[in-house]
Design a protein around this ligand. Structure first.
Ligand code: NAP
Length: 233
């Protein structure tokens, strides 16, 4: 069977990153991991796994990752998963407006700007790939693009997720006719509540593999529930 391609996991750590790396490797993808520690917390085996070091507080870290993957695997990634998230707790814990501006700015880059650059690099890379190769960009989100979580702790990451959801949806609308799919993936509890600390790496791996396989028509706003897949809330 032909290989389904190459997956690049940006922000690959011990929970979601490790589960996705394992699953995509099992179903035949070549896997590239990137994080500040080179995805070392996510790589359980080294077979066909490329570990890359990058700090997403610098959007300029992205293009060279695509170059290295192309040099190593002789093709660019057809699946890109942006999983890194950055959050600074408010120093005055009851005041959502007390986070220093420089921290808001730094986290906004990691949550919004760097994945935006990665999505652009993806579209440039995908233009080189044949029409039979399935091309997918997945951004790991949470409920904050559609609901205000009344916790000051969530404000910093929430403004990033909400902003990123906008460009993800916009890219999907424009590029779907080319067969490119962009998803803002958000695991929820079965009743639609924020998954938060109960987040499940395996559930992400299963759903992200379905999205990458273009198995069914899932909209850009890909809310999902463990064991059920896409659920519209
Ligand atoms: N649906 C929900 O309710 C929900 C709940 C919780 C979290 N989430 C989302 O899930 C994602 C994280 O999940 P997880 O912790 O389980 O993932 P993970 O794959 O276990 O870890 C993410 C990895 O991203 C890397 N990273 C963070 N900042 C980075 C940076 N500036 N540059 C490069 N790499 C960076 C870290 O590795 P290094 O230390 O090696 O850089 C970290 O280990 C986030 O996007 C988060 O917002 C969603």
């Amino acid at each position: 069977m032909a290989s389904p391609g190459i997956v690049l996991i940006l922000g690959a750590g011990p929970r979601i990153g490790a589960a996705i790396a394992e699953r995509f490797s099992t179903i035949g993808y070549k896997v590239a991991l990137a994080s500040r520690t080179g995805g070392s917390k996510a790589a359980k085996s080294s077979k066909d796994i490329l570990s890359l070091t990058a700090d997403f507080s610098q959007p300029s870290s992205i293009p060279s990752l695509f170059t290295t993957i192309k040099q190593t695997f002789s093709a660019p990634p057809n699946v890109i998963i942006y999983n890194a998230g950055s959050l600074t707790p408010p120093p005055e814990k009851d005041d959502p407006l007390s986070i220093p501006a420089e921290d808001v700015q730094k986290d906004f880059v990691v949550n919004v700007v760097t994945p935006y650059v990665a999505a652009y690099e993806a579209t440039k890379a995908w233009a080189e790939l044949g029409g039979d190769v399935k091309k997918t960009f997945i951004y790991t989100g949470n409920i904050t693009n559609v609901a205000i979580v009344p916790m000051p702790l969530m404000v910093d990451v929430g403004m990033g997720k909400a902003a990123a959801a906008y460009w993800v949806g916009s890219a999907d609308a424009v590029y779907r006719e080319k067969g490119y799919k962009f998803h803002y993936a958000d695991e929820r509890h079965a009743d639609g509540r924020l998954k938060g600390q109960d987040l499940d790496g395996e559930a992400h791996a299963e759903f992200y593999a379905q999205l990458a396989g273009h198995e069914s028509e899932v909209p850009w706003h890909a809310t999902f529930v463990k064991g059920r897949g896409y659920v519209k809330f």
